[in-house]
Design a protein around this ligand. Structure first.
Ligand code: ADP
Ligand code: MG
Ligand code: ZN
Length: 609
């Protein structure tokens, strides 16, 4: 994509050119002309030429005399002498002669040239210099001046991104398609009396393609596209943000129909009363200016304002009321089909082997965003190159899923045999508990190769089909599976390690949600105990209850976890032979597939190589 910048005005360039031209004329042309026509002679020659009657005309100036002869077009020049005879002599020789009267310039003009003109010139130079300095200070130094928005203008042919590049997100695309239609056929809407929406707010977790969608809208509607990030408005100079908003809209009005896209609008659009004591006046001013500008143009002007955020709940209510960002376009994490098609879109760019099955990858990446999936494809391609292949294989994709989720393999990590044994029992503990329960997802892969993310090994489960709802049984089985690692360590080694820290965190999260948000405990029935503050970023929560109830919640959460822990231990104790057998196999191979795992579990003898 190419940016089109407003053309610079290189004033200095013109100055230099003019200067050079003048200098050239001075050194070559003028002297050449003069050399040809003026010939200097001494005073004696002049006198004798006059006496011989060869001179036609004489001009006497203060300190020199020029004269032309009767024949030829040469002009002669000589210095003056204190010669009182000269006039008589010229008169006698019948020569035309005159004295040039020195020009008497008016005192006003004199004053202008000696005083006013130099001052004017200095002022002009000074102003030009300060302007340049400001440009430098604004960073970039690329010819935008104080308070100008540096919105990048993208034009259709340059973005080249269309809805075809955005996979999944069909609802979002449909909503935006309508906006493209406004830009092209606004008359249709005005005629029927409909209010064309001024703006749409793209809302969703990071990496789901909000920015991509906005660019696609620009690509589809083939109109200029002004894009600017919210944080760019908030400048180090006070009052700058508001000036930038004003300038952005001025540019947009000049280019209408067009699209103005404000990415990460939460940087300026934060609720005005949510700021700390004292507030952020600068941001508030910027927001006010934005609201003013949005009200300031007619809806049929052909300007559509798109904005994106992953923190919609923090936005000022004024931004969301009708007439401003009255459309909300949710851009959610992709579902199974969405993930598969995103993988396909990004795989268009890479050479694939025949064994690729995107469905398997899509199933293994539940919860991944579009950006994650794009990254997975790229990592796979990089891995293929690293291994000296020219096509991406399924294996590369599977490995890169783990790379993206868990970090790179730490091949040279030194792990003692004893730790390795513990890790193997721990992982098989998870897998065995999962396999022996009826509501948990099948095992896809178990590995004890450490990852750069800090994971020492892990068990990957992949659901056959995607489920949106989680039953109480599934939730409990999940917690029990998390307990499986620690439970195996306890049974085998009679001691415990720090290796279960992540399991503990995840299990507690689920147990807590069961009690406080899902209404899955008998104690609290369907009482809401917690609210999610930010559904898209981390999902941190706030308790809605009194301190007394909060401690009861803790008790209930603990009860669930303890029960699951006991269940996990019981399952492992009942299958202790399989626990040993599978661990031995895993230790040998370091990574085993779900199929191998199930084979051993169902009693097949597998060869150890
Ligand atoms: P957001 O703005 O929502 O944080 P982006 O639009 O910047 O996310 O997406 C980042 C990258 O992820 C995109 O450049 C694209 O490569 C990829 N991506 C995300 N969602 C999709 C999608 N639905 N289809 C194709 N690619 C996607
Ligand atoms: Mg973005
Ligand atoms: Zn674990």
């Amino acid at each position: 994509m190419k940016e089109i910048k407003p053309p610079k005005k290189p004033l200095i360039y013109y100055y230099v050119v003019i200067l050079i031209v003048v200098m050239l004329l001075n050194t070559f042309l003028f002297p050449a002309i003069l050399r040809h026509s003026i010939k200097e002679v001494d005073y004696g020659t002049f006198l004798s030429m006059v006496d011989q009657g060869k001179v036609k005309q004489v001009q006497i100036e203060d300190d020199y005399i020029t004269f032309s002869p009767k024949s030829g077009d040469v002009v002669y020049k000589t210095g003056t002498m204190n010669d009182p005879e000269l006039v008589n002599r010229l008169h006698k020789a019948n020569v035309n002669f005159s004295k040039v009267i020195p020009k008497e310039s008016s005192p006003l003009i004199n004053f202008f040239w000696t005083w006013v003109a130099p001052i004017l010139i200095f002022m002009a130079i000074g102003q030009w210099l300060t302007k340049r300095m400001q440009t430098r200070m604004m960073g970039g130094g690329n010819g935008f001046s104080f308070g100008k928005s540096n919105a990048k203008v993208y034009v259709e042919s340059e973005t080249g991104i269309t809805f075809n590049d955005v996979a999944g997100q069909d609802e979002a695309k449909e909503a935006l398609q309508e906006i493209v239609d406004y830009l092209h056929n606004s008359k249709k809407y005005v005629d029927i009396g409909a209010n064309i929406p001024k703006g749409a707010l793209l809302v969703g977790p990071p990496g789901t393609g909000k920015t991509l969608l906005a660019k696609a809208v620009a690509g589809e509607s083939k109109v200029p596209f002004f894009s600017m990030s919210g944080s760019e408005f908030v400048e180090m100079f006070v009052g700058m943000g508001a000036a930038r908003v004003r300038d952005l809209f001025k540019q947009a009005k000049a280019k209408a129909p067009c699209i103005v896209f404000i990415d990460e609008i939460d940087a300026i659009g934060k609720s005005r009363n949510s700021s700390m004591a004292g507030g952020n006046d600068e941001r508030e001013q910027t927001l006010n200016q934005l609201l003013t500008e949005m009200d300031g143009f007619e809806p049929d002007k052909g300007i559509v304002i798109l904005a994106a955020t992953n923190r919609p709940e923090t936005l000022d209510k004024a931004l969301l009321r009708p007439g401003r960002f009255d459309r909300r376009v949710p851009v959610e994490l992709p579902d199974l089909a969405g993930r598969e098609s995103i993988l396909r879109v990004h795989a268009r760019k890479v050479k694939l082997a025949d064994d690729i099955d995107f469905n398997v990858i899509a199933r293994a990446t539940s919860g991944a965003s579009g950006a994650d999936l794009a990254n997975i494809i790229n990592e796979a391609a990089l891995r293929a190159v690293r291994l000296g292949r020219n096509k991406v294989k399924q294996n590369d994709l599977e490995e890169s899923v783990e790379t993206v989720i868990a970090g790179y393999q730490r091949k040279n990590a030194v792990i003692s045999m004893k730790d390795k044994l513990t890790i193997a029992y721990h992982e098989i503990g998870h897998a065995l508990v999962a396999a022996k329960q009826s509501h948990s997802a099948p095992i896809h892969k178990i590995t004890i190769i450490p990852r750069t993310s800090g994971a020492l090994g892990y068990t990957m489960q992949v659901d056959e089909k995607e489920t949106i709802l989680m039953t109480k049984e599934q939730a409990l089985d999940k917690i029990t599976t998390y307990m499986g690692g620690r439970a195996a360590e306890e049974i085998i080694f009679k001691t415990i390690t720090s290796g279960a820290s992540n399991d503990i965190e995840q299990a507690t999260k689920i147990a807590r949600s069961m009690v406080t948000r899902f209404g899955m405990s008998d104690e609290f029935d369907m009482m809401a105990l917690e609210t999610v503050n930010n559904p898209y970023l981390g999902g941190d929560t706030t308790l809605l209850v009194s301190a007394e109830t909060a401690s009861k919640v803790d008790v209930e959460v603990l009860r669930i976890i303890k029960t699951c822990h006991q269940n996990a231990k019981m399952i492992l104790q009942n299958n202790i032979d399989k626990l040993h057998e599978l661990t031995k196999y895993l230790l040998e191979k370091e990574t085993i597939t779900g199929v191998e795992f199930m084979d051993i579990l169902s009693g097949k003898e597998l060869e150890l190589i």
